[in-house]
Design a protein around this ligand. Sequence first.
Ligand code: GBH
Length: 444
Amino acid sequence: NSLKLSNMSPLNDPSFMFGVATSSFQIEGARGSRQDTIWDTFCLKKGAIADSSNGDTACEHVKYWQQDIQMIANLGVDAYRFSIAWGRVVNQDGSPNPEGLAFYSRLLDKLEALDIKAFVTLYHWDLPQHLEDKGGWLNRDTAFEFAHYVDIVSKEFAHRVYSYATLNEPWCSAYLGYEVGIHAPGLKGKQRGKQAAHNLLLAHGLAMQVLRKNSPKSKNGIVLNFSPSYAASSNEQDIAAAKLADEHFNQWYLRPILQGSYPDIIHSMPKEHRPQVEAGDMSLISQPIDFLGVNYYSRAIYQHCEQDGFKVCSPQSMNLTDMGWEVYPQGLVKLLTDLNKRYTLPDIYITENGAAIDDKLIDGQVVDNARIAYYKSHLDAVEQAIVAGVNIKGYFAWSLMDNFEWALGYKKRFGIIYVDYQTQQRTLKQSALAYQDMLLSRKI
Ligand code: GBH
């Protein structure tokens, strides 16, 4: 039950970065001191959140941030990935909110004092509701509003941030939020999904321009989620189904960014499902990025189906996390080596990886061996991908602590630190101790 690396491991290289990750809406609480977001609204919808909870208080990180950052430092990590809440730093009229900026400024100061690099995500799904009222990500103007917000943040913090990611997982925002409606704002429709995706990509491109200007020394890029596609059988139709799903979900975001075009399947899609693309959009979207953040949890298995060409199958193994996701570390190796063949990749960071476990706090301890095993096998996978030639610069565990797991509320625990939501007490799980152990032994 240890995460210790072998002496030969490329992850022992001192330049390889280890970190932990969180996001604003999932941990901050303090709803009253920011704009309402689409998730505040979505949480009010009956049946939308598994335990009918919301993000009003969450982990009360805005109150306990000093203690939380100290905890991060005690783990011995090189870096902390967190997100800024758009509605905490920009008012409805577009003016900066000094109190909100001051909160993140103090956080950055403290990280700097503790010698922890700041990886800032600018958008982790918490769109201000007043922008949703004007169409949200279906409205092209939202991309320009985003660039304005990024301008405010990057002017304020430029030299203090090691890395800026424009967006976290635009697939989730677009597909889950605007196409199937299981995430905020809860809308449905195929064209909507693709239009939201396009406007998000545009927002990324515009933000990259701003970051280049205001913060040329930070590593600027984007974080995407990937589920490598596997065919349910060796049947030709299933193989085609897996390929089609891969184009829709994985390549749909990466190819515009790295190559300036949508996957070829766009031409065979019904016209009414295609996004509206204006002249110049694709070159904005495909500006060079300094890094690509890869979030990996599991693979996906597909089978042919008449209606859409593909449909997701249930996992083939019994080794599942509490989310029902298959533990499949080989998928990460395949994903990274495939991407490396297909594209000229920038530096890669694994910006999220982790497992939900049904943790129990007993006598002040959380024995989460399954989580340790998950991390161990995935760190091995990262090692294998590096040996195979992929340029991976760092790894972030999702998550620092248990938090608001979106549509599943507080029922699912991803933290390496346990949170008792009644008392806000934090307890290091065995996985946190194993991570700490690995990080400390690595420094010797
Ligand atoms: C991330 O999203 C989020 O960035 C983070 O905020 C969140 O807390 C964390 O993950 C945990 O959920 O049904 O087996 O095909 C991850 C979203 C998860 C979307 C895996 C695709 C497909 C799994 N991705 N999912 S499967």
